[in-house]
Design a protein around this ligand. Structure first.
Ligand SMILES: Cc1cc2nc3c(=O)[nH]c(=O)nc-3n(C[C@H](O)[C@H](O)[C@H](O)COP(=O)(O)O)c2cc1C
Length: 103
């Protein structure tokens, strides 16, 4: 399994730093080397992260700084996911109650 981060070691390289900018590298290694890859880099949206995996660009997504900024990211992402997919607003209420309503 390869965690595909591009290093940024070449000073003259113009890197378009934006959501998913390193995903194509994870996809290329995965496809051409046949090795499982993890995609990284400014991935902060759960729907986008899911698409990276379901479209076969990578086998998993690593989320770094966003989880430092928001340790409840995965709980919020799950709640949003459930609401978008099923309209289960109750899920958010249940999660808020479980966490003492501090979210
Ligand atoms: C301060 C900092 C320095 C980093 N340095 C490097 C580096 O030298 N080479 C590299 O390939 N990735 C580097 N990374 C990327 C991390 O290894 C990791 O892939 C990334 O933080 C995950 O993406 P995310 O934090 O945007 O979710 C660095 C990240 C941060 C926050």
């Amino acid at each position: 399994m390869i965690d595909v981060s591009t290093g940024a070691l070449v000073p003259h390289a113009k890197i378009p730093v934006q959501t998913g900018y390193q995903v194509p590298f994870a996809a290329k290694i995965r496809e051409e080397a046949g090795i499982a890859t993890g995609a990284v880099g400014m991935i902060t949206d759960a729907e986008y992260a899911n698409q990276v995996i379901t479209r076969g660009c990578a086998d998993l997504v690593f989320i770094g700084r966003e989880l430092l900024r928001d340790p409840y990211w995965s709980i919020r992402a799950r709640a949003t996911w459930m609401m978008n997919r099923t309209g289960l607003c109750l899920t958010v209420m249940q999660l808020n109650n479980r966490d003492g309503g501090n979210n």
